[in-house]
Write a protein that binds this ligand. Sequence first.
Ligand code: HEM
Length: 400
Amino acid sequence: MSVVDDFDLQDPDLVANPYPIFSELRKSEKLLWSDRLGLWLAPTYDLANTTLRARTLGRIYQDRLPQSEWEIFNWLHSDSILDSEAPKHTRLRALVQKAFTPGRIESMRPNVEQLCTQLLDDAQLKISQTGSFDVLADYAEPLPVLVIADLLGVPREMASDLRRWSQDIVKMYEFGRTREIELAAQKAGFEFSQYIAGLAKERKVNPKDDLITALVEVEEQGEKLNEHELIAMCVLLLNAGHEASVNGFGNGMVALFNHPEQLQKLSKAPRELSATALEEMMRFDSPLHLFERTATADTVFGEVTVKAGEKVGAMLGSANRDDSVFDNAQTFDIARTPNTHIAFGAGIHFCIGAPLARLEMNTSLPMLFERFPNMQLADQPVQRPTFVLRGFESIPVAIK
Ligand code: HEM
């Protein structure tokens, strides 16, 4: 069997540690066809980066799910920025870009700090009562959910519903889904879209200073944004606005616990090192591992031609470990610079929320280490069984 035949995303050993097989896949330095996944794999930095930037590879799924069962789920995707291409993508992206400029994001810093303080106070109380807290469930997870809810204008009490809907939808992006997963995703798509439709209706009557109101005003002017696009935009922002941030922070914390000298270094100078540390956390164990593109025309990658209609998977996590781009790529170094990882993607779909994700991490990481400079694992972290969205369910931590 060739190395690509061994590449089975449902193999628990591969999910636990995909990095050895990534190294093998990168050795070929060309696109590799996977029969199992039905797509070309782009495992090196150069191939993954080219895949994300190629004009003839689009985020246009040829194989939408049957409309009879999946109507809402389908338009929640096809009418979102993430799954559209120019000119629709250009129009939709321009509408939200203003909310994500570095200046607008910077103005959210006091809100992020206040949320971190509140979560750390709760964690401290939990430690005094039980001796430990869960840095994933009690800190990394609630923070981005609450921040993105505030930005959109969704009441904070909805945080657990948002998290549940998002989790049920994103399980559809993994390989080997079951009927149970499909039914949960359909239900989540229905409930989530109904909820946002209701909120948008309410904002038409009672406008507020939030992103939903701003989008509703655009929709009311007609032409630029229709109702499905408005709902799809909000659902995407709420989901994309926390899923990767939760996992990026969690994966990075586990990397720190697995590298005690790096943990100690960060504990001693959290403010000085957090900016480079967070980029290394994103690179070393990236939260998003595979993004697909479909060829809209035959596309040549060296000796391989991807035929129109075929799919290519950009392997971000593998690209970020490419030794031809990063010095000592397999080494976790929180002071690494430069660090040109592509955990936030590349090209026209480059993550619109990257400045927000960076602000959140650059605030929450030093605040965590200032409050608890002597953290250690209280128990083994529990990993999620998924490949595409890589992360942990729980990371129990105690104070030395
Ligand atoms: C650590 C955190 C994050 C990571 C690693 C991340 C990663 C990514 C990646 C890789 C893409 C490109 C997908 C592709 O090319 O197919 C993307 C797109 C996107 N991200 Fe993020 N993201 C993060 C946080 C956020 C946040 C906080 C938001 C807030 C709203 C957000 C919103 C989006 C949106 C709307 C897109 C689609 C952009 C487009 O299609 O033009 N992300 N993200």
